[in-house]
Design a protein around this ligand. Structure first.
Ligand code: NAD
Length: 477
């Protein structure tokens, strides 16, 4: 049975209750986590505050960096163990689970090196004054993490928050907590002071809500659905607490007739099947130049038909979805599409070895999806790719920008001037031209516009969000 991690100790919830952890590959329970309470959150925030006041805020940045580097090293040494935990907890195929563990180590490596490089400025001002700025940590930061990439999302928000000098209280998703509880133990082993990193598990409406409302939390970062993002921002607004929100997307891949299709096809398929489509940056729409609509759909269709889905340990193209309600959500989208007469081009296969009690979904490619249909507008969060044609650049931009989201856009063209025009006109936090893999780079700032959220994580930019700027003006005559 798993326990909370508070002040470097493994502790039970004050509720005395637990939540069963299911393996998405067979739908069966295999572990239990604590069902946390607002009192548990309070204990974690208190421990964090004590650590901040007595140890963390006095530690030299270079020392903080060394601790983060030691954690990065430790995560690397335990990468196989962490990948195995994530695989079972989230249903991730082996290669994807390994990639997530290595990405976590890389986040801590990157942010370890950044700790002592976060400088302020001196600002020229009126004669007789010297003016300087300091980047100061918020203090205790709260982090609400979803189930789709627990290790990666923890790395990008907690790594940056610690590097900027904050201490953290983390609420992982009730569906996938186990890797983060193990990482917190590793942090203790490498010498993190008690209270620097605390993890409280439980349901969102219980502990997530308590974390967002807690007066001792000075910044909240949230990754998840727009609906809950709104609740987080409302709760934080009550006490004017800054918020970073990452709320997913309906990201388009825009393919012009002059594109290198040999490069584009695997990238387009990979961007919708990674983690069974349960990825905030999933490329879930493909907008295709009418001149190549039919031949490209044919190629994509062949690639979809070859995809295989099965238990995470089989390490196929896709594993299961996280839970039964997510499977139901994808079914609902597909049956709506069928009722609307949207043609199915191709579908992958769920292998015979997949237990019937697991949460499997064959990836599906649909064509001629009307731009206003919910399949073209809403985040499915499953392996479903919606294709539609466009006649010219203007229409491509209209379609790409025509949803409430703005997270990532992929553009495939050899025309350099068009690349830049598209990059300027797309309402999106990230534009990837002739690639989609850059979404994985830990150095690259990441975040959304419109309902995809606000604030930036990853890269050096994240450090600005996890600090507040103090201006010091000295009059010296
Ligand atoms: P969710 O937004 O409900 O959950 C995300 C996190 O928020 C979890 O840790 C959850 O416990 C917590 N939470 C839930 N209710 C809360 C509340 N009232 N106060 C504070 N925290 C709360 O997401 P979900 O239900 O797990 O998934 C639903 C949909 O959200 C998905 O189908 C997908 O479209 C989207 N989603 C997006 C991302 C992303 O990476 N952007 C991640 C997960 C889910």
């Amino acid at each position: 049975m798993q326990l909370h991690h508070i002040a470097n100790a493994d502790v039970a919830s004050s509720s005395g209750r637990t939540i069963a952890v299911l393996d998405p590959s067979d739908g069966q329970p295999f572990d239990e986590i604590q069902r946390g309470t607002p009192e548990d959150i309070d204990a974690a925030v208190h421990a964090a505050r004590q650590c901040f006041d007595s140890v963390w805020s006095r530690m030299a940045p270079v020392e903080r960096g060394r601790l983060l580097q030691r954690l990065s090293q430790k995560i690397s040494e335990h990468a196989e163990e962490l990948a195995a935990i994530e695989q079972r907890d989230c249903g991730k195929p082996t290669r994807q689970a390994r990639a997530d563990a290595l990405a976590l180590a890389r986040y801590f490596e990157f942010y370890a090196g950044a700790c002592d490089k976060l400088h302020g400025e001196t600002i020229p001002y009126t004669d007789g004054f010297s003016v300087l700025t300091w980047r100061e940590p918020h203090g205790v930061t709260g982090h609400i993490v979803p189930w789709n990439y627990p290790m990666q999302i923890f790395g990008r928000c907690v790594g940056a928050a610690l590097a900027a000098g904050n201490v953290c209280v983390v609420k992982p998703a009730e569906d996938a907590c186990l890797s983060l509880l193990r990482v917190a133990q590793l942090a203790t082993e490498v010498g993190f002071p008690a209270g620097a990193l605390n993890i409280v598990t439980g349901y969102g409406h219980e502990v997530g809500d308590a974390l967002a409302r807690h007066p001792g939390i000075q910044h909240i970062s949230f990754t998840g659905s727009p609906k809950i993002g709104t609740l987080i921002q409302q709760a934080a607004a009550e006490r004017h607490c800054p918020v970073t929100l990452e709320l997913g997307g309906k990201s388009p891949q825009i393919v012009f007739a002059d594109a290198d299709l040999d490069a584009a096809v695997p990238a387009i398929v990979g961007a919708i099947i990674q983690n069974a489509g349960q990825t905030c940056s999933a490329g879930s729409r493909v907008l295709i130049d009418a001149m190549i609509y039919e031949p490209l759909l044919e190629r994509l269709g062949r690639a979809f038909e070859a995809l295989r889905v099965g238990p995470a340990a089989m390490d196929l193209d896709l594993g299961p979805l996280i839970r039964q309600s997510q499977q139901q959500r994808v079914w609902d989208f597909l049956s709506d599409a069928q009722v609307a007469g949207i043609p199915l081009v191709a579908q992958g296969t769920v292998v015979d070895e997949a237990p019937e009690t697991g949460f499997y979904q064959a990836p599906a490619l649909l064509r001629d999806v009307p731009p206003q249909h919910r399949l073209a507008q809403k985040e499915v969060f499953g392996p479903v790719l919606a294709a539609m044609p466009f006649d010219d650049e203007e229409q491509a931009v209209q379609l790409a920008n025509g949803t409430r989201y703005g997270l990532v856009a992929g553009v495939w063209t050899r025309d350099g001037a068009r690349q830049l025009r598209m990059a300027r006109r797309l309402a999106s936090g990230q534009v990837f031209i002739n690639n989609y893999g850059a979404a994985g780079g830990v150095e690259l700032p990441f975040g959304g516009v419109k309902s995809s959220g606000h604030g930036r994580e990853k890269g050096f930019e994240a450090l600005y969000g996890f600090t507040t700027l103090k201006t010091v003006a000295i009059r010296h005559g």
